[in-house]
Design a protein. Structure first.
Length: 586
């Protein structure tokens, strides 16, 4: 079973802990971020509806007041003009013409429809139309009346209206002031017919599209939008400053519009956090499966080693993480454990076999010597040729048995090494004297190579015996025309002597058995040659390593410390492991 394991036995899984911790951290971060985001949004609303809004409302109020002040100044100027009474009393006089010209200039302002004159009963007496004049009372006075409109007074000016847009006519506002008495009992007033939209258009700069809508409240509670039309109030109204008695600015604030992008951002924040949590869970799920598989491999390896399969090795792969490090350490431990067990078993075998071989050799050696002496005596006195041949064969067989007995004695009671400084050239020279004639008889080429000036601290007799034994085996493994060589070279802290041949080689299944006592693939071999050679090499603090393949030949490497035995470096476990891995792969 892979993935997250939430059973009772696996609730404490490291991956599960890390997953819960990571999800907890993300959730806590999300809650904290949501809290601060809420505070930020509230502060943003307060800022939009607070200081900035107040500043914008004040600026707009100033604009509206300035507009009204300009119209008031214009109206006062007209009402106090010296020619205006003549325009009312004597329309045909030169002064009246001068006043009419002035009125036409003032009426042409884009913010006015015209200039109107009323009698004491609020009846329209006369008018001067401007360029923007349209509709009543310019085209027709029918239905045009100001008596029902709201009126307020400010700075001696009467403000009448507003008249809202209706029936296709634009909205307007009257600003009226009485003209001084003309002396004919008339009480006339002059009024500016102001475009209502010219006043309300000044509200536009104070708004924030979709968020804050500036409005103008007029007498009677009517609220106008920037186009001068009645507004449908949908947001929260915030009172602003007054520009005239009964006239004041109000702001329609839509908090929902302000919060909409914030809410959307918060929504996507939650979505993003959810996706992050899902991704974290997916990553940890995949990590859990991978880690579980790799941990199961470690557990399987431990069980295999515990069950006695000392050849089991974990796949190390190319990763450089902790699991790979553990796998490498596990394999190193397995190699060392196998080597330790092999050495222990081999030592026990050698002890038992040594005692047995020594006992057998001791019991057989003396009878063989007696038999050899007897056969030699009979051979000297025998006259019959056929019997003499039989006795000679018997003598050869007794010699062969003596050699086997000597091998048994050498195996059972190996002599201790007597190391001394020895040059490789001396070993190679002595080996060549013995091996070259044997190689010549077998039609095999023999040679030596490498750095013959290297020196070793070894027992020269024992190492020479090893070289001769290995050399003879190599010559015997070659066919006519084959090659056998000895090569010496230094590899870091080791001096290596290689005995190579291009003979029949050793099958893979027997590669680990050739050093076992009494194992041989020769019809006349004793199976002790390589075993004794290994004993002698190890007695000189060396190692023996065999590489071979059928029909490709064999290479036996002898590795000795390059320094004296007293200061020689210990064997590097990695070197031992490397050698054994090579044997295993071959």
């Amino acid at each position: 079973m892979s993935g997250f394991h939430w059973s009772r036995n696996q609730r404490l899984s490291l991956v599960g802990r890390y997953t819960l911790l990571s999800v907890g951290v993300v959730v806590c971060a999300l809650v904290a971020l949501s809290f601060f985001y809420q505070r930020f949004s509230n502060e943003l609303i307060d800022r939009l509806t607070g200081e900035r809004l107040s500043a914008q409302v004040a600026a707009t109020s100033n604009k509206l007041s300035a507009f009204l002040d300009a119209r008031i100044y214009q109206l006062v100027t007209l009402s106090n003009h010296p020619a205006l009474p003549a325009f009312i009393e004597a329309p045909n006089s030169p002064q009246a013409e001068e006043a009419l010209t002035l009125l036409r200039v003032e009426a042409d302002s884009p913010d006015l429809y015209g200039v109107l004159f009323f009698d004491w009963n609020d009846n329209l007496d006369r008018l001067v139309a401007g360029q923007a004049a349209s509709g009543p009372p310019y085209w027709s006075k029918t239905g045009w009346d100001i008596r029902g409109l709201p009126r307020v007074e400010h700075e001696g000016i009467e403000f009448i209206g507003p008249q809202l847009p209706e029936n296709g006519n634009s909205g307007w506002l009257l600003m009226r002031q009485h003209i001084r008495d003309t002396g004919f009992g008339q009480n006339t007033s002059v009024a500016l017919h102001v475009r209502l939209s010219s006043l309300t258009e000044l509200l536009v700069s104070a708004g924030v599209a979709g968020v804050i809508e500036p409005l103008l409240r007029t007498p009677g509670g009517i609220v106008l939008d920037p186009t001068g039309r009645p507004a449908e109030v949908t947001g929260e109204l915030i009172e602003g400053p007054s520009i005239l008695p009964g006239w004041n600015i109000v702001m329609s604030v839509h908090p929902g519009t302000i919060l909409q992008p914030i809410d959307q951002t918060r929504f996507w924040l939650y979505v993003t956090a959810t996706l992050i949590i899902v991704v974290i869970l997916a990553i940890f799920f995949a990590l859990s499966r991978s880690l579980r598989r790799r941990v199961d491999t470690l557990v399987q390896g431990a069980h295999s080693i515990a069950s006695g399969d000392l050849y089991y090795r974990l796949p190390e792969g190319r990763r450089r993480d902790e699991i790979s490090t553990v796998a490498k350490a596990f394999n190193t431990m397995a190699w060392q454990l196998k080597d330790l067990i092999d050495r222990t078993v081999r030592a026990e075998k050698l002890a038992v076999l040594g005692q047995f071989a020594t006992g057998v050799a001791h019991e057989v050696r003396n009878p063989l010597a007696t038999m050899k002496t007897t056969v030699q005596a009979l051979t000297r006195k025998e006259q019959d040729v056929e019997r003499k041949v039989l006795l000679d064969d018997m003598g050869h067989q007794i010699d062969r048995l003596s050699r086997v007995v000597n091998d048994l004695l050498a195996y059972g009671r190996p002599g201790e090494a007597a190391p001394q400084n020895t040059e490789i050239r001396d070993l190679f020279r002595q080996s060549a004297r013995v091996l070259e004639p044997i190689a010549k008889d077998a039609n095999v080429r023999f040679y030596t190579s490498g750095d013959s000036g290297l020196k070793l601290y070894i027992d020269p007799d024992q190492v020479l015996q090893v070289l001769l034994n290995l050399g003879i085996n190599a010559i015997q493994a070659c066919k006519a025309g084959g090659t056998v060589g000895l090569r010496a070279e230094q590899n870091e802290a080791w001096v290596e002597i290689r005995v190579t041949d291009d003979g029949a080689g050793i099958p893979k299944q027997h590669l680990l058995d050739v050093v076992q006592p009494f194992f041989t693939m020769k019809s006349k071999g004793t199976g002790l040659g390589l075993t004794i050679s290994q004993q002698l090499v190890e007695a000189n603090h060396g190692k023996i390593h065999i590489e071979s393949a059928p029909q490709e030949g064999t290479t036996i490497t002898l590795k000795f410390p390059a320094t004296k035995a007293g200061t020689a470096q210990e064997e590097d476990p990695e070197d031992v492991q490397e050698d054994q891995i090579t044997d295993r792969r071959r």
